[in-house]
Design a binder for this molecule. Structure first.
Ligand code: PLP
Ligand code: ZN
Length: 609
C-alpha cells in the first residue's frame, strides 16, 4: 500500500473525513465530499511524454486516482472511447468542429465503467464483504460487472420499471436487484441506510466515482491533440459526471498539459431539472424535485447528489444549462441516429438537443470546437426508441409486393415524429379532407381504396369518442400499408355485443357477414376480447377455412387510458400459411376484431393460391 497522496474533505465546509469513515456526505453539513490531491506528489510520477506513449485507456491515468494498491485494480479496459468528428451533423447545424465522445463504447455500454473501476478497486482495498448501489439502470449494470470481477457480491436498489437492456445486463452479471416502489432518490436514500447498517461498500455518485470519470476530460484533451475544446456539452442526472469532466480538464491545465479550459454546458430533462433551474436563477443551491419524470430514465433524478458541484462547475467554467422536453430528447435521439449512425439512449441525446437550441440562439458559434458527450448506448433502452421509429412492413414473398412497397415510399413517409398529441380533426372528415390531410402531414398519396379504409378507421376513433392525433393517424396508415391487400372480403364483422361483470365469464354475441350470408353466433372466453374472437371463430369454422390463432400481442403506443392500442395477430391455416395482421383503435376489442377480420380474409386469399 502506498501512502495516500490525497485526502477526503467536505465540498462546502471543508471538514476532513477518513476514507473508511464516510464515503457519502459530510457528517457535519451533509454536503458532498471531494478528493483533494497533493499534486506535487503526482507530478513526481507523471509527465506528458509518458502519457503520450501509453495507449488511450482509463487506467493509463492511474496516478490521478485516489488508489493506494495498484495490484488490486479491477479494470475491464474501460475508457479509450472514440472521439468522432461529426461532419454531417456539424454541416447541418452550421458547426465546423463538432465532435462526439461516444461513451456507449465502454465495456457495459455507458461511461459509468470509468467510475466503477475506481470505486470497486476502493471496495477491495477496504476489504468490504459486499457492495450496494442505487441506480436508474446504468450504474447497476456497471457496478455489478465490476463487483463480479472483484468477486464481491453486489446489491442494487432501483426504482420499478428500469429499461429492459439495463435490467437484463445487471442480472446477467450477477447483480442482485431489488426494486423499490418509489423514485431513484428514494432508492438512493435507502441504499445509504443499507450500507451503514450492514457495513457494505456504498457505490454510486460519491467522491471516488467522480475521480474515475474525470478520465473523459483527460481523453478529450488528448484526442484533440492536447487542447481543450471551447464547449463540452453533457447530460446531467446527479451532476457527478459533468463535475468529473471539469475536474479532469482543470487537472490537465494545472499540469500545463493544455493551455485553456472549456466552457461546460449541462442539459437536463424538463421533468427532472433541479440543476438547470438553479443555474438559470443564479443560485448556488438547488431545490429538490419530488417526483421527477422523463423518458430519459438515466437522468430522472430529483435530488442530485452532486448537484452543488455541477452548479459550481457550470458557473466557474462560464458555461450555461438548459432543459428539454421528452419530445425534443427523442427527436435528438432520432436525428443523431439519422445523421451520424449513432444509436444512443434518450439521456445521451440531451447534448444534441442542447446544441441545436444553443446554436439557434447564438450561444454557440459556428467556428467553436464543440464536444458532445454521448453517455450511453441505445441498446440499453431499445423499447423507447421503437416508439418513435416506423415499424417494418411485411409483404408476401413476391417481387410485385416489394415494388408496390417501394412505390409507396413507406420509409420516407414515416421517418418522422409521431409524438404530437393534438387532435388532427375536430369532426369526422370527408374522404377528400382525409386524403388532403394525409398528403399534407405525411406527403403520402392514398389510392381510393386505401383512403376508404383509412376513413373507416378514423371513423372508428370518432365512434369511440376519441379525436385521432397525428400519431394515431400514423399508426392507422402504417397498419394500412403493412396489411395485405384484400381483393375480396369473405368475412365482415357487422357488430358485436358483450356482457361482462366481475364474477362470470364474459359472453359475446356477434353478427357477421360470411360469404355474403348473415350469421349470428355466441361465445364466451376468459376476457371480453377472447369471448368476441371465440364467437367469430365459431361462426367461421362451421363453414369456412380451418385455421389457428397462433399469436396475439397488444402494444400501447402512448400514455393514458384513451391511448390507441395496436393489436397484432398471427393466423395459420392447415397448410401452415401464416398471416400477421394488425388493428389499431382506442378500444382494444375493436382493434382485435379488426385485426382478426383482416387476418382471416388475408389467409383465405393466401390459401386459395
Ligand atoms: C448516469 C448517466 C447520466 C447522468 O450522469 P450524472 O453523473 O448522474 O449526472 C447520463 N447519461 C447516462 C447514459 C447515464 O447512465
Ligand atoms: Zn460539510
Amino acid at each position: 500500500m502506498n501512502d495516500p497522496n490525497y485526502r477526503v474533505e467536505c465540498f462546502a465546509c471543508r471538514k476532513g473525513h477518513s476514507e473508511e469513515e464516510s464515503i457519502t456526505a459530510c457528517v457535519k453539513c451533509n454536503s458532498p465530499l471531494e478528493v483533494i490531491y497533493d499534486y506535487d506528489k503526482i507530478a513526481e510520477r507523471v509527465n506528458k511524454q509518458l502519457l503520450k506513449t501509453a495507449p488511450l485507456k482509463a487506467i493509463k491515468y492511474l496516478d490521478f486516482y485516489p488508489l493506494r494498491d495498484y495490484r488490486k485494480v479491477i479494470s475491464m479496459d474501460e475508457g479509450g472511447t472514440p472521439l468522432y468528428k461529426a461532419k454531417r451533423l456539424g454541416k447541418k447545424l452550421g458547426l465546423k468542429n463538432l465532435f462526439i465522445k461516444n461513451e456507449g463504447a465502454n465495456p457495459t455500454g455507458a461511461f459509468k465503467d470509468r467510475g466503477s473501476m475506481v470505486e470497486i478497486t476502493k471496495a477491495k482495498e477496504l476489504g468490504k464483504k459486499a457492495i450496494c448501489v442505487a441506480s436508474t439502470g446504468n450504474m447497476a449494470a456497471s457496478v455489478s460487472a465490476y463487483a463480479n470481477k472483484a468477486g464481491i457480491p453486489c446489491y442494487i436498489l432501483v426504482p420499478e420499471g428500469v429499461a429492459i437492456g439495463k435490467m437484463s445486463q445487471t442480472t446477467s452479471y450477477g447483480g442482485r436487484i431489488i426494486q423499490v416502489r418509489g423514485t431513484y432518490d428514494d432508492a438512493a436514500t435507502l441504499t445509504q441506510k443499507m450500507a451503514k447498517e450492514h457495513n457494505f461498500y456504498l457505490a454510486g455518485d460519491y467522491a471516488f466515482r467522480l475521480e474515475g470519470q474525470k478520465s473523459i476530460g483527460f481523453e478529450i484533451a488528448e484526442q484533440l491533440d492536447w487542447n481543450a475544446p471551447d464547449k463540452v456539452i453533457m447530460p446531467m442526472g446527479c451532476g457527478t459526471n459533468i463535475s468529473a469532466v471539469w475536474k479532469g480538464f482543470k487537472e490537465f491545465k494545472g499540469f500545463d498539459f493544455i493551455d485553456s479550459l472549456p466552457e461546460m454546458v449541462g442539459a437536463q430533462a424538463r421533468g427532472a431539472n433541479p440543476i438547470v433551474e438553479a443555474v438559470k436563477k443564479h443560485k448556488k443551491k438547488f431545490a429538490v424535485l419530488d417526483k421527477p419524470e422523463t423518458v430519459a430514465s438515466a437522468v430522472s433524478v430529483g435530488n442530485p447528489l452532486d448537484g452543488l458541484k455541477a452548479i459550481k462547475t457550470i458557473t466557474e467554467s462560464g458555461g450555461f444549462a438548459d432543459d428539454f422536453t421528452d419530445v425534443e430528447i427523442l427527436e435528438a435521439e432520432k436525428l443523431l441516429a439519422k445523421e451520424e449512425a449513432l444509436f444512443v439512449e434518450p439521456a445521451a441525446a440531451l447534448p444534441l438537443a442542447a446544441l441545436i437550441k444553443a446554436k439557434e440562439s447564438n450561444k454557440i458559434k459556428g467556428d467553436e470546437t464543440v464536444v458532445m458527450v454521448m453517455t450511453g448506448s441505445g441498446l440499453k433502452d431499445p423499447l423507447t426508441a421503437m416508439k418513435v421509429m416506423p415499424r417494418p412492413p411485411s409483404v408476401e414473398p413476391d417481387l410485385g409486393e416489394i415494388n408496390k412497397f417501394l412505390d409507396y415510399g413507406y420509409y420516407n413517409v414515416f421517418a418522422m415524429s409521431n409524438l404530437q398529441q393534438k387532435p388532427l380533426f375536430s369532426k369526422l372528415p370527408r374522404i377528400e379532407e382525409l386524403s388532403e390531410k394525409v398528403k399534407k402531414e405525411f406527403g403520402l398519396e392514398l389510392n381510393p381504396s386505401d383512403a376508404k379504409f383509412a376513413l373507416l378507421e378514423v371513423r372508428g376513433f370518432f365512434e369511440k369518442g376519441k379525436k385521432p392525433t397525428k400519431s394515431d393517424l400514423q399508426y392507422i396508415l402504417e397498419g394500412l400499408l403493412r396489411r395485405p391487400k384484400i381483393s375480396d372480403r369473405k368475412l365482415i364483422v357487422k357488430n358485436y355485443w358483450i356482457e361482462s361483470n366481475k364474477h362470470d365469464k364474459p359472453r359475446a354475441k356477434v353478427e357477421i357477414e360470411f360469404f355474403k350470408k348473415k350469421i349470428v353466433e355466441e361465445g364466451d372466453g376468459v376476457g371480453p376480447v377472447d369471448a368476441v374472437i371465440n364467437a367469430i371463430q365459431k361462426a367461421v369454422k362451421k363453414n369456412g377455412l380451418s385455421f389457428k390463432l397462433i399469436d396475439y400481442t397488444v402494444e400501447i403506443n402512448t400514455k393514458g387510458t384513451d391511448a390507441a392500442v395496436d393489436v397484432k395477430m398471427t393466423l395459420q391455416d392447415a397448410k401452415k400459411n401464416k398471416i400477421e395482421s394488425v388493428g389499431t383503435s382506442p378500444d382494444i376489442i375493436a382493434a382485435s376484431v379488426d385485426a382478426f377480420e383482416y387476418g382471416y380474409n388475408a389467409l383465405c386469399q393466401k390459401s386459395k393460391k
